[in-house]
Design a protein around this ligand. Structure first.
Ligand SMILES: Nc1nc2c(ncn2[C@@H]2O[C@H](COP(=O)(O)OP(=O)(O)O)[C@@H](O)[C@H]2O)c(=O)[nH]1
Ligand SMILES: [Mg+2]
Length: 227
């Protein structure tokens, strides 16, 4: 599968990556509160991306460690050198919004050393519901919340849940155990995101096929190789 940029970047010509020296990978952000399932989402997406032939690298953002990068490197789902950890210090949202330079540098380095790449997934450090990605850093971003944090999260209209290109409500398997009503969450989401997509997921037991299908529809285009 060959891909081209969609979303906020101008469309690139639909030519094969191999013959396009300037081929720039699409960058997709994955944000959301601590523990909502961001790394788990990446772990579920990697096999699907690999099966589709999408050449992928990952950048993770952690406060003062490279915990998530090391976790992904150990999974065997991706070549360890294609995973880079960025330490953000105390302000994880700064690194994805006000000053994305460390992430842009990591992306450039990955592309230089391991390119051509089709896609770079950028996991933000967990932050509050106001965190958003700058379009200088990503072409598209996913925001992950989970039912265990309360079924009133969509209604609070945080910037992340309201503005993300795709919202995931994860851990639906836990909803009955924590008294979260999926019906209520569905109704609130229809109101908060009337035109933007959202999906319910159980990323622990299940795969991320529905997420992958949405990414293909929205930003990863299958294009014919040039003769
Ligand atoms: N029950 C359940 N647990 C999940 C689900 N998704 C992730 N988890 C667990 O939630 C914890 C936090 O997930 P992680 O991906 O590390 O969260 P992150 O901080 O957003 O990257 C881990 O123990 C996961 O195994 C889910 O859909 N259901
Ligand atoms: Mg994580």
């Amino acid at each position: 599968m060959h891909v081209r940029a969609g979303g906020s970047r101008p469309a690139e010509p639909t030519v094969r990556a191999e013959v396009t020296p300037a081929h720039e990978p699409i960058r997709i952000g994955v944000g959301g509160p601590v523990g909502s399932g961001k790394t788990q989402l990446i772990e579920r997406l990697l096999p699907l991306l690999q099966a589709a032939g999408v050449r992928t690298a990952v950048i993770t953002n952690d406060l003062i460690t490279k915990e998530d990068a090391e976790r992904l490197q150990r999974t065997g789902l991706i070549a360890p050198e294609r995973v880079v950890g960025v330490e953000t210090g105390a302000c994880p949202h700064t690194a994805i919004r006000e000053d994305p330079s460390a992430n842009l540098e990591a992306a450039a380095q990955l592309t230089h050393e391991h390119g051509p790449l089709d896609l770079i997934l950028i996991e933000s450090g967990g932050d509050n519901l106001a965190a958003t990605f700058t379009t200088d850093l990503v072409d598209y971003w996913i925001y992950v919340i989970d039912t265990a944090a309360g079924d009133d999260i969509p209604r609070k209209r945080g910037l992340g849940p309201a503005q993300a290109d795709l919202l995931l409500v994860n851990k639906i398997d836990l909803a009955p155990h924590v008294g979260a009503s999926l019906e209520r969450m569905r109704a609130d989401l229809a109101e908060v995101r009337p035109t933007r997509p959202w999906l319910l997921t159980d990323l622990r037991a299940g795969g991320a096929e529905n997420v992958f299908a949405e990414l293909r529809r929205a930003i990863l285009f299958e294009v014919e190789p040039v003769a």
